[in-house]
Design a protein around this ligand. Structure first.
Ligand code: MF3
Ligand code: CO
Length: 295
């Protein structure tokens, strides 16, 4: 994780980024700036995590599929449908658009999408046995591989008459992502962003899951950095242009404690059985802030 281990390039050598320009006319000042943070002991990104303009084009193409799939789920989801039907919608449209669902067979995950309902925090497995009922809330988490590039985003859906306090949870979880986006800017830290997200949840008397967070994304489904939403300012990786990661806080109505399903070893639930809500976007840090790649 330390750039200091990267050999210093000659000023006139071709830049490491592949632009074809001389280092001194390309990323030399950028690297010097990163080294200043590194010398002070901050965590900084390695070059291999940073996405070039061509890489970002590739991720945007993948993200188009991810967005289209979530739009299709939004169109079709309704009370009485099983979560297996959501899986079918996702796998069919992804394939039709030339993509591959990233969850399928990922570390043994058996389906093409995660569907997490009510007190399920994340990694719910679609099933013929789970029928969406009036008053349910559900997170549908879609991830796509297209020409080797990964996209990852999720949305919440409300089914029928959802209790007012539960609607509010879903709304605040979305606001938490918006706070994250507003605090994603270069030369500040992931910990600053995560702290702002956490504060927004706390202001609304909710809690945020600690053990599971966001992740770098693009060249792989899950890459560095790990992204916490219960973090201290100044902690975590320095954000620099070209860094791509997800903002996906899991916001609980009750306590932050969770447990894993003993049988499937995937699904995570709130310990107190109260609902949890999560929205996810994938963002790229830019010169001035961030670009939302998928939502
Ligand atoms: N999409 C989830 C995320 O946001 C990861 C799910 S892993 C899976 O990181 F295997 F369950 F799909
Ligand atoms: Co993710």
């Amino acid at each position: 994780m330390v750039l200091i281990h990267t050999p210093k390039l000659d000023r006139n050598a071709p830049c490491w980024c592949g632009s074809g320009k001389k280092y001194k006319q390309c990323h030399m000042n950028f690297d010097d700036k990163i080294r200043q943070f590194e010398r002070k002991g901050y965590e900084v990104p390695m070059h291999k995590l940073l996405k070039s303009p061509e890489d970002l084009d590739g991720i945007r193409e993948s993200a188009k599929i991810n967005i289209a799939v979530l739009d299709e789920v939004a169109d079709q989801i309704r009370v009485g449908m099983t979560t297996q039907e959501i899986d079918r919608i996702v796998s069919e449209l992804t394939a039709k658009m030339g993509g591959v669902p990233a969850p399928l067979n990922y570390e043994g995950f058996p389906k093409s999408v995660c569907t997490s309902r009510n007190s399920e925090v994340c990694h719910g497995i679609p099933s013929e046995d789970v029928v969406l009922a009036d008053g349910d809330i559900i997170n549908v988490d879609v991830s796509t591989i297209y020409k080797g590039y990964y996209s990852d985003s999720s949305r919440m859906f409300l089914l029928g008459n959802v209790a007012e306090e539960t609607r509010r949870l879903v709304e605040v979880a979305k606001e938490c992502v918006e706070v994250g986006i507003a605090n994603t800017k270069p030369w500040t830290f992931l910990g600053d962003m995560g702290h702002a997200v956490h504060q927004h949840a706390l202001d609304n008397r909710y809690s945020v899951v600690r053990q599971i967070g966001g992740h770098g994304c693009g060249f792989a489904f899950h890459e560095d950095p790990w992204v916490s939403y219960v973090s201290a300012p100044g902690s975590g990786m320095l954000m620099v242009p070209g860094l791509v990661f997800t903002i996906e806080p899991m916001v609980n109505m009750g306590g932050d404690e969770i447990y894993e399903d003993e049988e499937n070893h995937w699904t995570i639930y709130t310990k107190d059985g109260k609902p949890s809500a999560q929205w996810e976007v994938e963002v790229a840090v830019t010169e001035t802030g961030c670009e939302i790649l998928c939502y």
